[in-house]
Design a protein around this ligand. Structure first.
Ligand SMILES: [Zn+2]
Ligand SMILES: [Zn+2]
Length: 347
């Protein structure tokens, strides 16, 4: 069967891999339906690395995957052949001190789809068929749209980021950076009951999407930074901020525009190198600056929200490409003026 593997920067190939012949009792065979290209996939494609994690051997990308159950291991219950499923790319060990404390996203032995964090690399989900333990399959109602289900992973990231705050009920929130994560952050913040969302970016098209998803105010900081500066005056304005751009300047904005005792969640990965934290600003405003990393129970919450609360994520899907055209897809994925989320399929 075919799989889509990165060999080095800009060297992406469809390769042949051996399918798993016999399932273990707890495993599920899933026919690939669709998969989203994520920021980390884009870094692997364009730079051959994500931060410190460099591609040293062919790496099958992809971790935002939805598909259809093809076969069940003898012990699997609660799923049926033909059922659509969202695949959780996290496989924590359930044994280390963090797993035992219920913080599986911080697992020391995490197996995460499509990652060069360890060698041999952990292979990802862009393959015609996946065999995974049942715990990684979340069942969906029959007929559920797989292109929506593939948003469960990035939405789970955002729900976890919300859970890193002390709660957002009736809070005013700043979101810097309105790519797929920033936009899904808007939906996650609304689910948490925020009162007002201000979103910033440098691209009008993504800000239009942000507004349509429920941002109350959008600011293009490339055109005019004055509206943001207004929020920075005094001692700041917002109760909380989600820094989704990974731009050190945006973090500065958050530090200035969040009111004393507010919370900033660093959600976007910063570039390698020095990112000095202005400690005195944290000190003087009694700010909380926190990180957020992957997710745990939020994956199931994300699936439930997509199914039962019918979160409107379809407007984020701006392109669907065949794996034959994967290079084109990865080039398009960095064109923020035209594309938000792109998915890859085998047909
Ligand atoms: Zn992702
Ligand atoms: Zn663990």
């Amino acid at each position: 069967m075919q799989a889509c593997a990165i060999h080095a920067a800009k060297d992406l190939r469809l390769i042949d891999i051996e399918p798993v012949t016999t399932l273990a009792a707890h495993e599920v065979r899933v026919a690939y339906g669709t998969g989203g290209i994520c920021g980390s996939d884009i870094h692997y494609y364009h730079e051959g690395r994500v931060g410190n994690f460099a591609v040293k051997e062919p790496l099958i990308l992809g971790h935002e995957i939805a598909g259809t159950v093809r076969e069940l291991g003898s012990d699997v219950t609660g799923l049926h052949v033909g059922q659509p499923v969202a695949i959780n790319p996290n496989l924590p060990c359930l044994n280390c001190r963090y797993c035992l404390a219920g913080q599986t996203n911080l697992c020391q032995e995490m197996v995460f789809f499509g990652s060069a964090a360890v060698t041999p690399h952990i292979q990802g989900g862009f393959r015609e068929e996946l065999v995974v333990p049942q715990q990684q399959c979340v069942g969906l109602p029959d007929g559920f749209d797989l292109s929506i289900a593939a948003f469960a992973e990035p939405l789970a990231i955002c729900l976890h980021a919300v859970n890193r705050t002390q709660g957002l009920l009736h809070k005013s929130v700043l979101i810097t950076g309105c790519g797929p994560i920033g936009c899904l952050m808007i939906l996650a913040a609304k689910l948490a009951g925020v009162r007002h969302i201000t979103a910033t970016d440098v691209e009008d098209t993504v800000l239009n999407t942000a507004r349509s998803l429920g941002a109350d105010e959008v600011i293009n900081i490339r055109n005019d930074n004055a509206p943001v500066e207004q929020y920075e005056s005094g001692r700041g304005h917002f109760d909380a901020a989600f820094e989704c751009s990974g731009n050190p300047l945006a973090l500065q904005t958050c530090l200035n525009a969040v009111r004393p005792r507010g919370t900033i969640v660093q959600t976007g990965l910063m570039p390698l190198g020095e990112n000095p934290v202005p400690v005195n600003k944290l000190l003087a405003k009694e700010l909380t600056l926190t990180g957020t990393f992957r997710f745990h129970e939020e994956f199931d919450t994300a699936v439930d929200a997509l199914v039962n609360q019918r979160l409107e994520v379809s407007s984020l899907l701006t392109g669907v490409f065949s794996f034959e055209d994967a290079d084109e897809a990865f080039m398009a994925a960095v064109d923020r003026s035209r594309h938000m989320k792109i998915q890859l399929r085998f047909d």
